[in-house]
Design a binder for this molecule. Structure first.
Ligand code: VG1
Ligand code: CO
Length: 546
């Protein structure tokens, strides 16, 4: 190719391009600054030389700025010698679909444009994540190399030609680089058909069973339409908010009890539906609901693990299970019963990668509505929904029955999370520092029926590569098995978000159907007192309770 068509554009560094829990996430306005996206993308190409001559998967959740970013990245890929890029039509690909495509086509990496569950639109957030050749989110060593590069960058390379119209499926050329624009859904749907019993699910949906899926105007709409309607025969109306919109219809594409309240309402009352589920902006999260019941993500991981033998893709046995540290210990109990290993990792999917790659685990999950398995290297919203639907079809039981039976057998881990959003960063950091300073004096302290047994600042050593990750959250354990965890969010874009995670174990079946808020009230009060949340933040209540 003539070098004349590749331009070397001078630039100056930005100092804020360090990735958080999941990629680089900023308000759209930050990304719209000249060279902001380009600098970060050049840092990727500079530090991942295998992309030169290699294959890159590219797509996003369709939020505002997605199409513009795709055009820029395609031209920069051509400018940096990438051999071939596979792009989802209209620039759409869910996070788990990107992970799958990287693995299926043995790509050297993938770029996902998303700020996940954060709101979108001109005043919302945008984000960019890089996934490595195993299909998983880049580990910290990789994102740290990006960051260091962005601090010293002085130019980026971009092809001067036009990127093709990404609305058209087909093969194109940009300079020496090939671009394949593909159906974003087909490969992913094929993988789901390999894992689950579609005949049994089709039969269930034709039997009067009522399902609703809320795509929240985000990426899973086209996937859900194809899987539930075309392949499983569900009426099209069962898929709600199925068209991806740049601003998610003004909503907050976070599938939880607050932001998917309209869906929750459909499960209530005499005509409540049997099964309802939702996913987030980029399709990696899931919420599972039954008639009059909500399955916490922590319980969902435990139930998925306990019922794996019912599912075709997992019938031949499973390795261990991993959960992020704040996730309830429900899955541990199942693992112990099954005689498989269980692991506790820091928050963020990247920490599961090594365990999955080395077959230490088959399933993994986070309390933040994320569940997944070794079929890809990301959490996978629709996968979790199909897993549940397959359990329902195979067992003939309701969601509430499955939940109650699970608690009877293993005990119930009551669980709740309180988020205080947009608090002053200085106050948040001080709160965490003061908690850390109290760690030695906490054990032995008594609060009514709760006595603190231990307290620590969670640190994780990866069992495969021995990488140590420190300061991953403050944990307080009580003599009765209850836990309180405090950590600061790494995905927010305004001030700081304090997350308080609370868990209490109830082995007695007679006490397993109580109201979570009532059961957890005493622990909530203790969490407040120990950290002084009210006094420090001036907040009387959390912004979001899940
Ligand atoms: C949150 C969740 C975490 C999840 C991350 C990315 O991070 O707590 O469990 O992995 O979002 O999810 P934080 O640092 O804000 O607590 V998503 O759907 O962005 O990819
Ligand atoms: Co997400």
């Amino acid at each position: 190719m003539s070098e004349a068509s590749i331009q070397q554009v001078p630039t100056t560094p930005f100092d804020d391009q360090r990735a958080g829990t999941s990629g680089l996430r900023k308000p759209v306005g930050v990304f719209e600054q000249p060279h902001y996206l380009e600098n970060f993308v050049q840092a990727i190409f500079d530090t991942r030389p295998e992309l030169n001559g290699g294959l890159l998967i590219l797509g996003g959740d369709g939020r505002f700025y997605n199409d513009i970013a795709i055009g820029i990245i395609l031209r920069m890929a051509a400018g940096n010698g990438v051999g071939r890029v596979i792009v989802g039509q209209h620039g759409l690909l869910s996070t788990p679909a990107v992970s799958h495509l990287i693995r299926k086509y043995q790509a050297q990496g993938g770029i996902i444009l998303s700020a996940s569950h954060n709101p979108g639109g001109p005043d919302g957030d945008f984000g960019i994540k890089f996934n490595t050749a195993n299909g998983g989110p880049a580990p910290e060593s990789v994102t740290e190399a990006f960051f260091q590069k962005t601090l010293e960058i002085d130019s980026y390379r971009i092809h001067t030609g036009d990127a093709p119209d990404i609305g058209r499926i087909g093969g194109f050329e940009l300079g020496d680089m090939r671009i394949d624009i593909i159906d974003p859904v087909r490969d992913y749907a094929g993988m789901m058909q390999d894992l689950f019993d579609f005949d049994a699910m089709r039969e269930l949906l034709a039997s009067g069973f009522q399902l609703r899926f809320d795509a929240m105007h985000a990426i899973t709409g086209p996937y859900a339409r194809h899987i539930f309607t075309d392949l499983l025969g569900a009426p099209a109306e069962w898929i709600l908010n199925a068209t991806p919109l740049p601003d998610f219809g003004g909503g907050h594409p976070d599938p939880n009890l607050k932001h998917a309240a309209a869906l929750v309402a459909l499960t209530r009352g005499e005509n409540g539906v049997d099964f309802a589920a939702a996913s987030d902006g980029d399709g990696d999260r899931n919420m599972i609901l039954g008639k009059h019941c909500f399955v916490t993500p922590s319980d969902s991981l435990a139930i998925i693990t306990a019922n794996a033998a019912m599912i075709p893709g997992y019938r031949n046995g499973i390795h261990g299970v991993a959960r992020s540290m704040p996730t309830s210990q429900a899955a541990d109990r199942v693992a112990e019963r099954l005689g498989i290993a269980h692991y506790e990792t820091p928050t963020g999917w990247k920490y599961f990668g090594n365990l999955l790659d080395h077959r230490r685990i088959t399933f993994c999950g986070e309390e933040s509505f994320g569940t997944g398995s070794d079929h890809v290297r990301e959490k996978d919203g629709l996968w979790a929904v199909l897993f549940w639907l397959n359990i329902l079809a195979g067992s003939g039981r309701s969601v509430a029955d499955i939940l109650a039976a699970h608690w009877r057998e293993y005990g119930r881990n009551y669980y709740t999370r309180h988020d205080y959003e947009g608090i002053d960063s200085g106050i948040a950091t001080q709160l965490m520092d003061d908690l850390r300073a109290q760690l030695d004096s906490l054990p032995g302290q008594r609060f009514g029926e709760h006595t603190i047994a231990w307290a620590d600042d969670f640190s994780y050593t990866d069992p495969i590569d021995a990488t140590v990750s420190t300061h991953q959250g403050i944990r307080i354990g009580f003599e009765n098995g209850s836990r309180i965890v405090y950590r600061l969010s790494g995905t927010g874009t305004q001030g700081a978000t304090l997350r308080v995670y609370l868990e209490s174990f109830e082995p007695d079946p007679a006490k397993q159907q109580h109201d979570t808020r009532q059961v957890m009230q005493a622990l909530v009060d203790i969490a407040n007192r120990v950290a002084g949340i009210r006094a420090r933040t001036g907040r009387n209540a959390p912004d979001v309770i899940t």
